[in-house]
Design a binder for this molecule. Structure first.
Ligand SMILES: Cc1ncc(C[n+]2csc(CCOP(=O)(O)OP(=O)(O)O)c2C)c(N)n1
Ligand SMILES: [Mg+2]
Length: 360
């Protein structure tokens, strides 16, 4: 060994410079920034608006039913985050692409076009519910729609979604999995093990971090060393995208670009959707960890529904037409709530079914 103690493996200053191969990690974001809004037709925009209003009214009614004691257990509302599920899911191919999320799942099911009646009936624990009344708010499931839950274990859906993506690739069915999780879930260890596997095997998956600024009562700044969540895949060579989750046209545009990248066999994409939840973490949270003014500012200036409505009016749609849509949706939601209150509970012997599933 040389006197200096240096071995032949000791890097020289030139060799220790970081390799400049991170451009592919930025390429998607740069392409998206160059054209950040989806050029929706009037009909498409109207559809997005209707779906977002449906989620909002549905969730408001779910909150009321919870207050009346008709919904048991936990209930996490999606109010404020509507543009995320609507924008993303509108870009998917139904019955081909799969979706998995956490416990804040009603909005995702509605955005996927699932009948509000069976979702509401699941909330009230009725046999006609989408999980036969045995899953409730957090554990909704529909293999028919390739909607794989509804999961209460924070972060678990990321690994399960990675498995769904593996299945898409293994079967060669051309599908892509969209795995949604929160800013809090983004700090779970299994998320990064999944990222590594997905990048290594070039799995068809879009990881969607719904950054609603809080994990229960903890603001992102207090819990996350890196609050730019779109960068969290960089160490695994997963390109990131930073998206305005309060604008449905921005979400749809980013979704199309991410899907094109993934469908071309390039492996996973990580999207950070910046959004905000107006209500507490769950129905039992009075949300004392933030000011009323903070919430009001988001409602007044960043609301995804108001934003889409303003765009529709600017395109010449009349206030009358918008009111008609709102009225029609209120009627559908009322009908769902009536159904959910009056349809029967599961029979007692249902306690012993669906406990063990032998084949999927
Ligand atoms: C493994 C695990 N740890 C902790 C919890 C308790 N818990 C439920 S929700 C939650 C916060 C998650 O926040 P985030 O991922 O930001 O999702 P959000 O509720 O904001 O949609 C926690 C810690 C849990 N359900 N599972
Ligand atoms: Mg959160």
């Amino acid at each position: 060994m040389a006197k200096s103690g240096k071995t032949s493996d000791t890097p020289t200053p030139a060799a220790s410079a970081a390799p400049a191969d991170d451009a592919p990690l930025r390429a998607l974001q740069e392409a998206y920034q160059a054209a950040p809004l989806f050029a929706a037709s009037d009909d498409q925009l109207l559809r997005f608006y209707e779906q977002m209003v449906m989620i909002r009214r549905f969730e408001e009614r779910a909150g009321q039913l919870y207050g009346l004691g008709l919904i048991g257990g936990f209930c996490h509302l999606y109010i404020g985050q509507e543009a995320v599920a609507v924008g993303l899911q509108s870009a998917l191919v139904p019955a081909k692409d799969s979706v998995i999320t956490g416990y804040r799942d009603h909005g995702h099911m509605l955005a996927y076009g699932i009948d509000p009646k069976v979702i509401m009936a699941e909330l009230t624990g009725r046999a006609a519910g989408i999980s036969h009344g045995k899953g409730g708010s957090m554990h909704m499931f529909s293999t028919e729609h390739k909607f794989y839950g509804g999961h209460g274990i924070v972060g678990a859906q990321v690994s399960l979604g990675t498995g769904l993506a593996f299945a898409h690739k293994y079967r060669g069915d051309g599908g892509v999995c969209v795995a949604y999780f929160g800013d809090g879930a983004a700090n779970q260890g299994q998320v990064y093990e999944s990222f590594n596997m997905a990048a290594l095997w070039k799995l068809p998956i879009i990881y969607v971090i719904e950054n609603n600024q809080y994990a229960m009562g903890t603001a992102v700044k207090r819990s996350s060393a890196e609050t730019h969540f779109y960068r969290r895949g960089t160490a695994f060579r997963i390109p990131g995208m930073y998206v305005d989750g309060m604008d449905v046209l921005a979400v749809r545009q980013a979704a199309e670009q991410a899907l094109e990248f993934v469908r071309a066999g390039n492996g996973p994409v990580l999207m950070e959707l910046n959004t905000y939840r107006y209500r507490g973490h769950s129905m039992s949270d009075p949300a004392k960890y933030r000011s009323r003014e903070e919430v009001q500012e988001k409602r007044d200036h960043h609301d995804p529904i108001d934003h889409a409505k303003a765009e529709l009016l600017a395109r010449g749609l009349s206030e009358e037409k918008v009111k008609d849509i709102d009225k029609r949706i209120r009627a559908i939601v009322s009908e769902s709530a009536d159904f959910a209150e009056n349809t029967p509970e599961p029979a007692l012997d249902e306690l012993y079914t669906d406990v063990l599933v032998e084949s999927y």
